[in-house]
Design a binder for this molecule. Structure first.
Ligand code: CA
Ligand code: CA
Length: 183
């Protein structure tokens, strides 16, 4: 898919003109995604500014914090079922602990817990050690926090037209206006 995009750009002069409207510093796959759905990017960036910025602007540091918060959410979500099964709270999950917890769950939740337990138990000894739990959580973060989505969040910094270290809603709207006008 990614390999096709440059060809599509060459074949479509209008898209090339639109690309020239975007900051040149943007990675090409990020610029492609913005051009494909400028409205979607505008909504995401506005939500980012409202949710994590101050006074209608956002700094690169605040965007990194927002990305870290998303990753922490995915990490916690991946670990929660295991923490709920850690009956003696020692940070390690034994097979009897997982079995005891599984017995209280609905069939789909039980199946998910057993499947995740088997997947996370990389040395196959039936017990999830703290390093195995950490690796499982990080694998879930890598799966859920898609690089393109994080790239789009970071792309907001490229619209700091007056180079004061913050991207404002007004700067963003002004920069994206020509894109939506050509739709
Ligand atoms: Ca335990
Ligand atoms: Ca293990």
């Amino acid at each position: 898919m990614r390999a096709l995009l440059p060809l599509l750009l060459l074949a479509a002069p209008v898209a090339a003109q639109e690309a020239a409207l975007l900051p040149a510093s943007l990675p090409s796959e990020v610029a492609e995604a913005i051009l494909a759905r400028p409205d979607r990017f505008a909504t995401m960036a506005a939500d980012l500014i409202h949710g994590h910025g101050t006074g209608g602007t956002i700094t690169p540091a605040a965007i990194e914090t927002a990305i870290a918060l998303d990753r922490a959410f995915y990490r916690t979500r991946a670990l929660r079922p295991f923490h709920e099964a850690d009956l003696d709270a020692d940070g390690t999950l034994t097979t009897p602990e997982v079995t005891a917890r599984a017995a209280t769950l609905s069939p789909p939740a039980r199946a998910r817990l057993m499947r995740d337990h088997a997947a996370a138990d990389t040395d196959g000894d039936g017990t999830l050690s703290p390093p195995e739990l950490r690796a499982h959580a990080e694998a879930e973060v890598a799966r859920a926090s898609r690089p393109l989505d994080e790239g789009l969040m970071r792309a907001t910094t490229a619209f700091d037209t007056d180079a004061d270290g913050q991207t404002g809603l007004a700067e963003l709207t002004l920069a994206l206006q020509p894109l939506s006008a050509t739709d």
